[in-house]
Design a protein around this ligand. Structure first.
Ligand code: NDP
Length: 327
């Protein structure tokens, strides 16, 4: 019996991605075989659909850094056929074949049971980006948010959209940074009370400290924007650094740390222990308004993925692309 997958092959001048037929024997080793229902498109997926950027170890490769579906077979006691499961992280979709296929085989340790109150489609509307947004918000809360509004950079993207909706649902005033003014209505619909144009924060750092403005920040952009934001944080406030859509170099000074006690918190969703994953998923199911989650969804099928992989690297995707692998 065959099933469909998006397979990336190495070619003489780069890589090529196409939907192909596979059999169960083709899948990598693992204790649990899952009938995948939904996967998503994250920034890393864009890299893995294309030339890999050092993320993909071996070709041919099936990308897809997250998925949700139903257990088909399991040699691990924790899972039985029919269980609904979710996977994010553990380099699945990078070093191990991922969710862009109707079947996936993975280690039992990498899975979590589908959180109560979420469907597999909703879990993937959240996906890696939303899970990461939750980890960032939890890190800010653990550190103690100060009084000012919470800034979210890269707000119309996947991490940003979920962060805006989560923070607003938790009663925080949210300022959303976007380079796409046409997404202002979308962002206010998710709960942003203020839109900050990207160009306001993209200028090179002129002064290490500016007015104390933000009580916290979820930063998906990094680069010069993060450097600028550090100098605008309130005394003792924290920035949860999630991504580098705007660059990996950080042209900052130490002054905000020394004179304002600013905290820079690094967020990694890939290697989160089981207990943290279960806790973050439970909180997402509890806090995230489902109508806002639905407003973020861009539906897609396996055949749409090569184009979407290019779009997300250009910062042109809005919200969360949910891939119906059987669609
Ligand atoms: P998206 O592409 O969906 O969102 C990124 C957003 O950043 C864009 O939509 C755009 O928002 C903004 N942006 C893009 N390019 C630039 C630029 N040059 N300058 C300023 N802003 C820019 O990606 P994701 O939300 O999925 O991921 C965001 C980042 O977080 C990525 O770097 C990703 O690798 C990282 N990430 C990290 C994780 C972790 O575990 N630490 C997990 C998941 C993601 P707008 O148009 O609104 O300005």
């Amino acid at each position: 019996m065959t099933f469909k997958a998006l397979m990336v092959e190495k070619t003489d001048d780069g890589t090529q991605a196409a939907v192909t037929d596979l059999t169960l024997e083709d899948l990598p080793e693992g204790e649990v075989t899952v009938a995948v229902e939904y996967s998503t498109v994250n920034y890393k997926d864009g890299l893995c659909i294309g030339p890999g950027g050092g993320l993909v170890r071996t070709y041919p490769h099936v990308p897809g850094i997250d998925f949700a579906g139903t257990v088909e077979t399991s040699s691990d006691d924790r899972y039985t056929p029919g269980d609904k499961v979710v996977l994010t992280g553990w380099r699945v979709g990078e070093a191990h074949w991922g969710g862009y296929a109707q079947k996936a085989r993975v280690k039992a340790d990498w899975l979590v049971p589908l959180p109560e109150g979420l469907t597999t489609r909703q879990a993937m509307a959240v996906g890696t980006a939303g899970f990461t947004a939750m980890l960032a918000v939890q890190a800010l809360e653990d550190q103690g948010l100060t009084a000012g509004p919470v800034l979210v950079t890269g707000a119309a993207g996947g991490v940003g959209s979920v962060a805006v909706a989560l923070l607003s649902a938790m009663g925080r005033e949210v300022a959303a940074v976007t380079g796409r003014p046409e997404q202002a209505d979308y962002l206010t619909g998710l709960g942003a009370s203020r839109i900050v144009p990207r160009e306001d924060l993209n200028e090179t750092l002129k002064r290490p400290l500016e007015s104390e403005t933000w009580g916290g920040c979820v930063d998906a952009v990094g680069g010069p924007m993060l450097a600028r934001v550090l100098g605008q944080m309130e005394y003792g406030a924290s920035v949860a650094a999630v991504g580098l859509a705007g660059g990996a170099a950080l042209p900052a000074t130490v002054i905000p740390f020394l004179l304002r006690g600013v905290n820079l918190l690094g967020i990694d969703s890939v290697m989160q222990p089981y207990e943290n994953r279960v806790r973050a998923w439970a909180k997402l199911a509890e806090v995230l308004p489902m109508e806002k989650l639905e407003a973020m969804v861009v539906p897609a099928t396996l055949g749409d993925l090569p184009g979407l992989g290019v779009d997300i690297l250009k910062g042109q995707v809005r919200g969360r692309v949910v891939v119906d692998v059987n669609g």
